[in-house]
Design a protein around this ligand. Structure first.
Ligand SMILES: C[S@@+](CC[C@H](N)C(=O)[O-])C[C@H]1O[C@@H](n2cnc3c(N)ncnc32)[C@H](O)[C@@H]1O
Length: 245
């Protein structure tokens, strides 16, 4: 199954990374595929200061520093910064990446201090409230970029009228945060705080998610595979949203 994580045609940058290393840092479907896909809609330049918000065990922060030569602040709540720092040291990027433990609503940074804020598979935990965009964009410089990759459903729960059984069984009410790309586009655009530059579904999101889950050592324990198989690609994928302040 692990060799299925090697998809150089689709993800040439990610394919340089060892699948075992990535799986050891697992906290959700391949964060480097999500990052590489999202970065089609962002423009990073060497030396930029980038906030990796909800960085988990740090794979995406390593990727940003190595592939784009940017300085990264890796913020996470659940993962001990010492654990993430060890990952950065092993990967040889500790001089470019700083691990900070912080809650997404009380970030210890100056206003206008980042060129880009990127969040991979984390924004759904804190970013759906109406007021959050105003809060997080205060940390962006004028012209700074915001990019989010987040689990999504192809139809709104509100439109369906309930959380579909196969999704509720696995993630419960948390699926309420799995919005469509259009929901995010409207939610951000209506504020006029940012200009939305893209809002789309990951083309192969469901298939990639399943591929990742099947490659894991203990693939069935959390029921994600059962959820994805029952879904069959009808609803589940990821959404990518980018904007400029
Ligand atoms: C599903 S994990 C994904 C981690 C990583 N981005 C990845 O893709 O492997 C979600 C991450 O969001 C972080 N997170 C959740 N709620 C948060 C909050 N309120 N403030 C900061 N980070 C939060 C957690 O600490 C966790 O590491």
């Amino acid at each position: 199954m692990r060799d299925q994580l090697h998809q150089p045609d689709l993800y040439p940058l990610t394919s340089k990374y060892d699948a075992g290393w990535l799986l050891a840092l697992d906290m959700g479907p391949n964060p480097l595929w999500l990052m590489e896909n999202l970065l089609r809609d962002l423009r990073l330049e060497p030396g930029m200061r980038v906030l990796d918000l909800g960085s988990g065990r740090g794979a995406t922060s390593v990727f940003l520093a190595r592939e784009f030569d940017v300085d990264v602040v890796a913020v996470d709540l659940w993962v001990d910064p010492a654990t993430a720092t060890a990952v950065f040291e092993d990967a040889g990027v500790a001089d470019r990446v700083e691990a900070v433990r912080a809650e997404a609503h009380s970030l210890p940074f100056d206003r206008a201090s980042f060129d880009a804020i990127i969040s991979i598979d984390a924004y759904e935990y804190f970013g759906t409230a109406d007021g959050y965009l105003a809060y997080i964009t205060r940390f962006l410089k004028p012209g700074g970029q915001l990019g989010v990759a987040t689990p999504a459903m192809r139809r709104e729960v509100r439109e369906i009228g309930h959380i579909p059984h196969h999704i509720r069984t696995c993630v419960g009410w948390e699926a309420m945060a799995w919005h469509t790309a259009d929901w995010w586009r409207f939610q951000w655009a209506i504020t006029e705080l940012v200009t939305v530059t893209s809002a789309r579904f990951q083309e192969r999101g469901w298939a990639d998610w399943l591929r990742w889950e099947r490659a894991k050592n203990a693939p069935t324990e959390d029921g994600v595979i059962a959820m994805l198989e029952a879904d069959g690609g009808e609803l589940l994928t990821f959404a990518f949203i980018t904007a400029v302040k």
